[in-house]
Design a protein around this ligand. Structure first.
Ligand code: NAD
Length: 275
């Protein structure tokens, strides 16, 4: 199965479908990521704060998959936005992952109350220049945060990784990203199981029509909307199911009826409230 790639604004490509490891127990990360790599995923999304980079690294090492076939993302935690701290943080992450570079390094949250996200971004520019990250981007940034980074640096973020699922479709940030060449990554793409997304008529009807599961319909909705997506599961069966999404296509009407589920309701934290 070939996963489509998206070309980022710096010319590097990213597999549009990956595997996320938020809340994957560090003790189980090696097994679960090994399952994902065996199923065929080549894009893994982790973060320093997930405390499972070592397990991800162990699975990568064990897999024997050539480094250039993998796309590995990790993230800088909020208390390390100062330049010196950010440089130490990437070295620690690389050490845990057993890699000499990541494919994508993100600032995890803007923490606007501290007003140091531009400093963190300037540190990421240096980390990219040092070859420790191929591409750099941000997570949980609102329009005003992106504007400040664009005005204050030489680099437009390659991606903005934000909460995004049918009930919280982030139209404003998607439009801003399209205008400025910032690709959108959807976190919590299945709504983190926090509302009955799979019970929505628009989703269940499409699942029935295509003979697939509601989760597969929602993943297709992300892909057909041009979003980068990395659903998480601990179960090998669901890991495989979530990767098996290239044998059907949602119609324009089905996409439109899922688009109509947008209620503007988050399941996660508001970026202004995270420190
Ligand atoms: P998700 O929307 O991927 O939901 C995961 C949950 O959905 C699982 O725990 C499981 O219960 C359920 N699920 C998965 N596959 C299923 C299937 N086929 N059928 C039924 N239920 C299924 O939520 P997530 O893990 O929070 O988001 C995905 C990834 O996004 C994370 O693992 C992480 O890499 C990233 N993320 C980033 C941030 C950020 O602040 N940048 C925040 C949260 C998540």
């Amino acid at each position: 199965m070939t996963v489509p790639t998206i070309t980022l604004n710096d010319g590097h490509t990213i597999p549009q479908l990956g595997f996320g490891v938020f809340l994957v127990d560090p003790k189980e990360a090696e097994r679960i990521v090994s399952d994902a790599l065996e199923v065929g995923y080549r894009h893994i999304d982790t973060a320093a704060i997930y405390k499972n980079e070592e397990g991800v690294g162990a699975a990568i090492a064990k897999s024997g998959i050539p480094r250039d076939e993998l796309f590995i993302t990790t993230k800088l935690w909020n208390d390390r936005h100062q330049k010196a701290s950010a440089h130490t943080a990437i070295d620690e992450s690389l050490d845990k992952l057993g890699l000499d570079h990541v494919d994508l390094y993100l600032t995890h949250w803007p923490t606007p109350a501290k007003d140091d996200y531009l400093e963190a971004w300037l540190a990421l520019e240096e980390i990219k220049a040092a070859g420790k990250a191929r591409s750099i981007g941000v997570s949980n940034h609102q329009v005003e945060h992106l504007e400040k980074l664009i005005a204050g640096s030489e680099t437009v973020p390659a991606v903005n990784q934000i909460e995004l699922h049918p009930a919280f479709a982030q139209r404003e940030l998607r439009a801003f990203g399209a205008e400025h060449g910032i690709h959108i990554e959807s976190w919590g793409p299945l709504g983190q199981g926090k509302y009955d997304l799979f019970g929505e008529q628009a989703v269940s009807a499409a699942a029935e029509a295509h003979g697939v599961t509601p989760a597969q319909v929602v993943i297709r909705w992300h892909l057909q909307n041009g979003l980068i997506v990395f659903p998480k599961s601990n179960s090998r069966e669901r890991i495989a199911q979530n990767f098996d999404v290239f044998g059907f296509e949602l119609s324009a009407d089905e996409i439109a009826s899922i688009d109509a589920l947008d209620s503007g309701k988050r399941v996660g934290s508001h970026p202004d409230e995270v420190n």
